[in-house]
Ligand binder design. Structure first.
Ligand SMILES: Nc1nc2c(ncn2[C@@H]2O[C@H](COP(=O)(O)OP(=O)(O)O)[C@@H](O)[C@H]2O)c(=O)[nH]1
Ligand SMILES: [Mg+2]
Length: 250
């Protein structure tokens, strides 16, 4: 393969999924590096990854005070050191077979490839509906800022050119939603207007082992990413749900 690639995987307490993911990636993509970005899991995730003894796979255990799914992904992109990065969840909901097509699209000149879900029913109706509403709301927000939109701006499966996105992350560090989950939304919002975007369609699978870590705070942070109207919604949502509304960086 021509360009080098790192798969950045945010993890928290995935001691069963993480080694399974590492082995499955190694089987299908012998040359890809794997960086698990772990937020101080309380289980044996780190031990199990170390025991694999795979020179192309590492688990980075992050500083507890910097916890955040998006923060961990941004750090992974900054530190990966390869031509391309991909972000993939650690529970097989993003089919690994999709990565081949994403890689080829990067090789063919795309700056960003968005894994686009055609079927999100594995989420259950409530989350499916919420995700659909957020996608529309976030696209209006992106259009308002004259930034590229996407049919699936809530997707966690993305691939990009490291040289395009490292400066975006560094230059906008203070504006990124570090404790949020929607990395793609921030990359679209703060990235260049004229990036070449391609899509790779996939079916969102059911989580293999364990349970989703989603909480009302994630929903609040996603609102918070969408400008002043989003922040207003975030405040109202926090009040309705009885959770703390806080600004991390403003
Ligand atoms: N680094 C990091 N990863 C997290 C955190 N919370 C969840 N994750 C990981 O993010 C990915 C998506 O989380 P998941 O619970 O599957 O969310 P869902 O797919 O939206 O239901 C999984 O790989 C999780 O292990 C966190 O606080 N920090
Ligand atoms: Mg999941």
């Amino acid at each position: 393969m021509a360009g080098t690639c790192t798969i950045v995987i945010p993890t928290y307490n995935e001691e069963i999924n993480a080694p399974n993911m590492a082995k499955a990636i190694r089987e299908q993509y012998p040359e890809f590096r794997v960086m698990f970005m772990d937020d101080n899991s309380t289980d044996r995730s780190k031990q199990f990854i170390d025991e694999l003894n795979d020179p192309l796979t590492v688990m980075v255990v992050r500083k507890p005070e910097e916890r955040g799914l998006a923060a961990s992904v941004f750090q992974g992109i900054l530190e990966c050191g390869t031509d391309y990065f991909m972000t993939v969840d650690c529970d097989f909901q993003h089919p690994l077979s999709t990565l081949k097509g994403m890689y080829e699209k990067l090789e063919n000149g795309a700056d960003l490839v968005i894994g686009t879900r055609d079927d999100r029913t594995a989420m259950g109706f409530k989350r499916w509906f919420g995700s659909w509403c957020f996608t529309i709301f976030a696209n209006v927000f992106l259009l308002w800022h004259r930034k590229p939109t996407s049919k699936d701006n809530m997707s966690g499966l993305i691939a990009g050119r490291t040289d395009v996105f490292v400066p975006v992350i560094k230059d906008n560090w203070d504006k990124l939603e570090m404790q949020g989950w929607k990395v793609l939304l921030d990359l679209l919002r703060w990235g260049p207007k004229d990036i070449k975007i391609d899509e790779e369609h996939y079916i969102f699978e059911k989580r293999e082992v364990g349970e989703s870590h989603i909480s009302p705070k994630v929903v609040m942070m996603t609102f918070h990413q969408c400008g002043c109207v989003g922040r207003l919604f975030a405040k109202v949502y926090a009040k309705l749900k009885g959770i703390d509304y806080f600004y991390d960086h403003q």
